[in-house]
Structures are given as structure tokens and as C-alpha cells.
Design a protein around this ligand. Structure first.
Ligand code: FMN
Length: 382
């Protein structure tokens, strides 16, 4: 990880106002509710997509300092990920098995109508003491939409629909007699009862990094989730979104994907990465690579998630190797602090062997991050 060291210096110097946010950086993990884990590789993965495995994982995660879990929505997959549990139902099961963890359910406008989602989430919020959140994903997988007979909108139209979806969710969750006359959704004096427990409403995340995705985040989302990237790449997105959000009078938090390989030595961690890539399933990776052409690359500006991904990048579904959280606990903590220094609020993590590695992360990496944050806060106060 040659690029890491410059950032380690910045993060470890702790001398100035490098830390934009005084709040501790948050951690989320990807719920493996889809078979095959988080890499398209035939390497051994001691990860399962079933409920028992996932319940235990959620409990381990909340004991090891994770704040959130993010479930995935997939109706079918032609590139691996053959079996998929539905995200809202599965998220509820994980909430029922935990006490503090917040679970974010991914939802696709199109298959979901916002009235159905608003009602489902309000009920789950009451059943779980206010711990559910949603991730509005705009869709990149045309074959999936075709398979379920759902019309496929072009890239920026999908975001126009998602933005209406989010505006409607907020309206239903916070107002009575809600009326909305949009291009995609219409409501006439609708009052949802009961409203969700969380005020003003459950948190709304979104995934995507194209121009349309950033503009939507700057206007309506509580959180912006983006694919893995270098610290510079993330900084450019953060600066862009926060500047636009300020013009809109809106605030948005930033979450970044990363595939973490934390091992006692850097050589060990790099060897695991090399083995994952060496054992990649080339047909499945290429099939995934073809499908994701409908994401960022299909936007008017040709930028966004996967627009520049290489074969190696695509072996991890959301470019998680690029974030560079691969190495010793010290190296990883330093790089997380560097991400925080450029304005990241949350790191979303995929692992190879979730049970073991969530525990290792909580025990070995997280305390170093918290120590670094404390040093940064002390330096800022001085
Ligand atoms: C963290 C994260 C999670 C996502 N989860 C899902 C998902 O569960 N299902 C899905 O169809 N798309 C998911 N997406 C894809 C996005 O919603 C979006 O379609 C894609 O990133 C392309 O966006 P862009 O063209 O704006 O860059 C996710 C994206 C990110 C960054």
C-alpha cells in the first residue's frame, strides 16, 4: 500500500484542525444476506448468508463497536450471489436479535412503492425501539429489472425517481394530510398512523456517486454512501457534495465502502488480497463488469460508481480494495483517521470471514482509531 504512508503521517500528526468532525467515526458492516460473500472469488470464505450465521454476526458486531449493519437488496443475480434474502425482512430479524445495532435496509424504488415502505419501516421502528434505517439504491442491474418485469429507466431518470421517493418518504413520515403531485408518485391528503418512533424520521442513506447521485445527496439524503476509493478520490466527493449541500441549506454525512483485510503483518494481509484476486471467478467478474456499465458509466457525464474499475477492483463488489484498508491494525487505523480527516463520517466494511474478522477489528483496530481521535481532540483543544 505505498500511497498509505503520506496519509498516515497526516493522520498521526494530529496537530491541527485535520479532523473536520469531532464526532467519533462510525462503523458499519455489510450484512452477508446474499450468498458468496463480498468478493467474487473461489477463495475459501467462512461466511454464510443464512439467518443463524447473520444473527450471531450482528451480536458480535454490536459487541465489537459497530454502529450499523447494511443489508443488500437483490432480486436475482447472474454473476454469482445466487441466493438472496430480502433486505427489509432480514433487517428486522437482525434488529430482533440485537439491542443497540442500527440496521439499514436497502430498497429499490420501482419494485417498492414509497407508501408500502413508509408503512413497513414505521412498524419495524416501533417493534425495534427505533433502530431501523433505509438505503435508497437507484439500481444498476438492468437484467434484474427485466427479469421481474419492472420498467428500466435511464440513469438520471432513476435518480429523479429516487429523489421523489425520498421526498415522499419524509413527507409521509413527518406530516399529516400529506399531498404530493410528482412525476412518479401521487398522494392525496394521506396520514400515516402511527408515525415512526424516530424523530424526525428514520435515517435515509443512499448509494451511488454519479453527478445525479451527489446532487440528490446534497438536496435530500441524510447519508451518502459511495464505493471504495483513494483518500484523494473521497476528498473530492466530500468537498463537492458538502459545497452543494451548503447552497441547499442541507447537511449530509458521508459513508465509504472498504474491504478490510487486517492481519498481524502487512505481508500476511497482502497475501490474502493476492489470493482473493488469484482465485477470482473470471466469468462472474466479467458478467458483473458488464452489468455495472449501467451505473456511473451510463450517466450523462460518464462518471460514478464502477466507471473506472479494473478487473481487480471488480472482484470486490463495491471497489472496496481501493480504499486501502489492508495491512496491520496500525496501518488500517491510520488510514481510517486519514479518511476522517477529509470528512468521512462512517466506514462501511466487508470482510472475508465475517465472524472472526469483526472480532479482530473490534479488538485490534478500533481502539487505535479511538486513541487517534482522542489525541486529535486533545491537540485541537490545546
Ligand atoms: C454502499 C452501497 C450499497 C449499495 N447497495 C445496493 C443494493 O443493495 N442493491 C442495489 O441494487 N444497488 C446497490 N447499490 C448501488 C447504487 O444504488 C447505485 O445504483 C450504484 O452505485 C450506481 O450509482 P451511480 O451511477 O450514481 O454511481 C449500492 C451502492 C453503494 C455505494
Amino acid at each position: 500500500m505505498p500511497a498509505a504512508f503520506h496519509y498516515e503521517e497526516i493522520a498521526m500528526s494530529q496537530s491541527t484542525d485535520t479532523f473536520r468532525s469531532a464526532a467519533p467515526i462510525r462503523f458499519a458492516y455489510w450484512v452477508p444476506n446474499v450468498s458468496g460473500g463480498l468478493v467474487i472469488s473461489k477463495i475459501e470464505q467462512r461466511t454464510s448468508w443464512d439467518l443463524d450465521y447473520n444473527r450471531t454476526l450482528a451480536q458480535l458486531a454490536e459487541r465489537n463497536g459497530f454502529d450499523y449493519a447494511l443489508s443488500q437488496i437483490r432480486f436475482t443475480a447472474g454473476y454469482g450471489a445466487e441466493y438472496q434474502h430480502e433486505s427489509v425482512a432480514f433487517s428486522h430479524a437482525l434488529l430482533a436479535a440485537t439491542e443497540r445495532l442500527r440496521v439499514i435496509a436497502a430498497v429499490l424504488p420501482g419494485p417498492w412503492h414509497p407508501a408500502v415502505l413508509a408503512k413497513q419501516i414505521a412498524t419495524i421502528d416501533h417493534l425495534t425501539g427505533g433502530r431501523i434505517a433505509v438505503n435508497i439504491v437507484s439500481g444498476w442491474f438492468k437484467s434484474e429489472f427485466t427479469a421481474i418485469g419492472e420498467p428500466w429507466l435511464e440513469h438520471d431518470e432513476r435518480y429523479r425517481r429516487s429523489e421523489e421517493f425520498i421526498r415522499v418518504l419524509k413527507g409521509i413520515w413527518t406530516r399529516d394530510d400529506f399531498t404530493f403531485l410528482g412525476d412518479f408518485y401521487r398522494f392525496h391528503s394521506y396520514s400515516l398512523k402511527p408515525k415512526p418512533l424516530q424523530r424526525p424520521h428514520p435515517e435515509i442513506f443512499q448509494g451511488g456517486s454519479s453527478r445525479a447521485a451527489r446532487d440528490m445527496a446534497a438536496r435530500v439524503s441524510d447519508w451518502y454512501f459511495t464505493n471504495g476509493n483513494t483518500v484523494e478520490g473521497i476528498k473530492a466527493q466530500v468537498d463537492d457534495i458538502r459545497a452543494k449541500a451548503a447552497q441547499e441549506g442541507h447537511t449530509v454525512k458521508i459513508g465509504v465502502n472498504a474491504f478490510v483485510i487486517a492481519r498481524d503483518s502487512e505481508a500476511e494481509a497482502q497475501a490474502v488480497l493476492a489470493e482473493i484476486i488469484d482465485k477470482a471467478d473470471p466469468e462472474a467478474v466479467k458478467a458483473f463488469g458488464r452489468e455495472v456499465q449501467q451505473a456511473g458509466k451510463a450517466s450523462p457525464e460518464g462518471e460514478g460508481n464502477w466507471a473506472k474499475s479494473t478487473f481487480e477492483d471488480l472482484v470486490q463488489y463495491n471497489d472496496g480494495f481501493k480504499t486501502g484498508l489492508i495491512g496491520t491494525p496500525e496501518q488500517i487505523a491510520a488510514r481510517i483517521l486519514a479518511l476522517k480527516a477529509v470528512g468521512v463520517d462512517l466506514v462501511l466494511i466487508g470482510f472475508l470471514h465475517f465472524h472472526e474478522e469483526v472480532e479482530y477489528f473490534g479488538r485490534r483496530v478500533l481502539p487505535l482509531v479511538r486513541e487517534g481521535e482522542a489525541r486529535g481532540a486533545a491537540a485541537a483543544a490545546a
